[in-house]
Design a binder for this molecule. Structure first.
Ligand SMILES: O=C(O)[C@H]1O[C@H](OP(=O)(O)OP(=O)(O)OC[C@H]2O[C@@H](n3ccc(=O)[nH]c3=O)[C@H](O)[C@@H]2O)[C@H](O)[C@@H](O)[C@H]1O
Length: 431
């Protein structure tokens, strides 16, 4: 006679057998024939229900541990250690985008002078994440933890503020790149707008509220033709979606400062370059291509005019960021309510010395001791602007900001780092 299991799950696939009533009765009769059998069955069912319920509660309470790597006593201890202030009057800073180019440098500078730093980054693959992981290792060596998460994750951010009473937030997490916005517009809205609002919501409710310094962009000047670009100029003609999201960020932060008393400083970075830089930027991809003997495309503006940028070296930018943190006044709100007027500032952080793109290439050729295969094409209508040029009087006056590195010197340092990091044959198949 076939067993109950064999009857319900026959060996022939696709033939799930439905028991007829009289067969079922026979089984039931056999199973529940005695009281002791019934008692055993009841015990079995209770045990099954109890283990199901406890498994469910394990899934609920433990889901955050299963789906991500944060939470728990050990994790909190690591976060607190990283945020530990090592000098009197020091800051405790949450740095978003800490595995990014500027984020890595700012985190290191703060840690080295004795501030507490907790990094935050989603390690997305907009560009090679192995470079981000290498930056993370560098920070880890200096005692800085990077919490892996997205700035849209309100639960994780709130948890961080539960664990540490951050005095400042250096918000550098963003979707960068001017031309990529045509390929993936929603990533700009996700990071630069939705993520910004999520972070501001957490900061507004934190007690005490932190002061916030964040990365805007020179691109907000868009089609502005008045040079050099001043913070008092109009910025209502963005040329790209990237620029539009950064401009929106300036308006959004203003609203949060106004309503909730958050102290906010926006920094308009001008084409930042240097060691540990971003592979999507021209100076970086040109270097790679020159070394690999591949052609580089140089865009040219209207009437064959060369494009120019106020290229700014990373060390100068770091000084501007740290100066902004040091001069930021405290936020005035408490319990999500504004209790007094709050500081709201915007500064240009540029070099005040624009250089054309062909000149940039010539400097790279000199440092690499190799000729570039130049391909010159008219600038496609992809959101680029013809030139940028910063007026930095305001930052000089308020932050003591004074850039000291020219493009020649800065690119020499970049090339030295590039060759030590990638070697001469980066990405090239060696026969
Ligand atoms: O200041 C900013 O706010 C922005 O700076 C940076 O944008 P950009 O100034 O556009 O830098 P980058 O791409 O290096 O192009 C430099 C020049 O090379 C030209 N360019 C570029 C690529 C190419 O293949 N050929 C070329 O000629 C190109 O036309 C341009 O003239 C950041 O990426 C951005 O995230 C933002 O922070």
């Amino acid at each position: 006679m076939p067993s109950l299991e064999e009857e319900l799950f026959p060996s022939t696939p696709g033939k799930f057998k439905i028991d007829r009533p009289h067969t079922m009765n026979r089984h039931l009769h056999r199973c529940f024939a005695s009281t002791s059998n019934m008692f055993l069955w009841a015990l079995f069912l209770i045990a099954l229900t109890a283990s199901y319920l406890s498994f469910q509660s394990f899934i609920d309470s433990g889901s955050k541990y299963l789906s991500s790597s944060w939470g728990g006593i050990q994790w909190e201890k690591q976060v607190r250690n990283s945020a530990q202030i090592q000098r009197s009057g020091g800051l405790s800073v949450l740095v978003t985008g800490a595995a990014g180019f500027v984020g890595t440098h700012v985190s290191l500078a703060l840690k080295k002078r004795g501030d507490g730093v907790v990094g935050f980054d989603n390690f997305n693959n907009y560009y090679d994440p192995t470079l981000k992981r290498a930056r993370k290792s560098l920070l880890n060596k200096h005692g800085i933890i990077i919490v892996e998460g997205d700035v849209n994750d309100a639960r994780l951010l709130a948890k961080l503020f539960d664990v540490v009473a951050f005095t400042h937030v250096m918000h550098l997490a963003a979707q960068a790149g001017v031309r990529y916005a045509m390929e993936n517009p929603h990533s700009y809205v996700h990071s630069n707008i939705a993520g910004l609002v999520t972070l501001l919501e957490i900061c507004k409710s934190a007690n005490p509220q932190p002061a916030i310094v964040w990365a805007s962009s020179s691109s907000v000047y868009g089609l502005n033709e008045k040079v050099p670009f001043s913070e008092y100029d109009q910025t209502d003609q963005p040329a790209s979606l990237y620029a539009a999201t950064k401009k929106a960020g300036e308006e959004i932060t203003h609203a949060y400062s106004n309503i909730y008393g958050l102290s906010i400083t926006g920094l308009r970075f001008f084409t930042v370059y240097g060691p540990w830089g971003r592979p999507d930027m021209a100076y970086f991809s040109f270097t790679r291509n020159i070394l690999q003997g591949k052609p580089i495309t140089i865009y040219r503006g209207k009437n064959r005019v060369d494009l120019a940028r106020d290229f700014t070296f990373i060390d100068d930018i770091v000084k501007g960021c740290v100066g902004s943190l040091d001069t930021a006044r405290k936020s005035t709100g408490s319990g999500g309510k504004k209790l007094g007027p709050a500081q709201y500032r915007i500064f240009n952080l540029g070099n005040t010395s624009p250089v054309t793109v062909p000149t940039l290439v010539s400097i790279l050729e000199k440092h690499l001791k190799m000729k570039a295969k130049r391909k010159i094409v008219d600038m496609p209508g992809n959101g680029d602007v013809p030139f940028t040029h910063a007026n930095i009087s305001l930052a000089r006056r308020e932050l003591g900001y004074k850039p000291t590195t020219d493009l020649q010197t800065g690119l020499k340092k970049f090339v030295k780092w590039y060759l030590s990091f990638y070697g001469y044959n980066h990405g090239k198949v060696v026969n």
